[in-house]
Ligand binder design. Sequence first.
Ligand code: 0PR
Length: 390
Amino acid sequence: MLKEGLTKQEITEILEKKLKQDFSYDSGSILGSMCTYPNDFGKEIYMKYIAKNLGDPGLFLGTTKLEEELTKEIGSLFNGKNITGTFTTGGSEANVIAMRIAKKLHPEISEPEVVLPISSHISFDKAADLLGIKLRKAKLKENFELDLDHYASLINNNTCGVVGIAGTTALGLIDPIKEIGNLVQDKDIYFHVDAAFGGFILPFLKNLGYKVPSWDFSVKNVDSITADPHKMGLGIIPSGGFFLRDESILQKTGFEIPYLAGGNFKHFHFVGTRPGASVIAFWAIMKYLGIDGFTKMIQNCMQNTNYLAKKISEIQGIKLATKPVLNLVGITTEDNESICEIDNKLREKNWMLGKFIDFNLIRVVIMPHVKYEHLTRFVEDLEEILSVSK
Ligand code: 0PR
């Protein structure tokens, strides 16, 4: 550390140089990310309230009440009544919280298991490792949809929780949430839906005339949902969301922290000190955009998705892994050859996609920063790569 500080200008210049290496969303290069620029008004609000700490709710009662209000509002968007929950650092923390609850509610199971699709996000593996839960992963069918029969066969007396995904990481597919709900009907098994990506898309897709299967609290056995502001909610990075039907679960599973300056509140997060500003910012973003603003944003993303999907289906040598359901396009090879070489060549041309080796596909997430002109350039490069390798 320097003895004497540098000037603001010196520091700004150094930072500018050092951070030049980063890719930027508006260059178009970032095609494989589920994050994007936060909403501008949200950023202003975030800066204004940067020091709010929800780790000590009693000191920030206004922020705490705002969080409750926002949770309820999102809960109703997800067709629930009086939904409770909390904002987190992201989908991973929300999913780990859900898995901890599933385990805690079943102290009688000595070797707890959770049944989930093999397409689940890595955060469930992290949760299993941290919590000592065994994961039972259900296969997918040829078309990448969940094999429900296999899923059902994995449920047994050690099952404390089941998981369905509304917007899978690799392909944006929606698991049969209602059918999973039927599997746990009348069983004391916790049902969590991971809609980290889909949560702030699906409620608005309906307004655009898309057929959306039931995925939320309208399915009566769904206990909790992950949905992330910092993905399609245009929230500040990091901000995730955990939404829970039964408030009493928090009381049963929270940690008592009696010494907090603001008084005794229960914690059920993994972090202690926790940002209030990103929650306030998301409250503001939802008020500012409204249903119409979100719907318009999703409409643009879906138009670009449909454009790219059509182009991919016309290029020889590659094909769509599956017809896009959300704003996510999975690309695989026509002849079962490895997708890796194409991915490498795209990388050489500065296109940063997500690669899923197990499914032999690369993924383009059509976030709001991905524009039509980026996609036309991407398609040209893809065509060139494939014509050269022929
Ligand atoms: N659940 C699902 C379905 C997800 O896709 C993700 C992350 C999570 C949970 C975990 O969310 P957090 O990353 O907020 O903890 N999905 C993205 C992915 O793996 C995360 C991501 C975002 C990766 C931006 C890269 C990137 O540039 O693709």
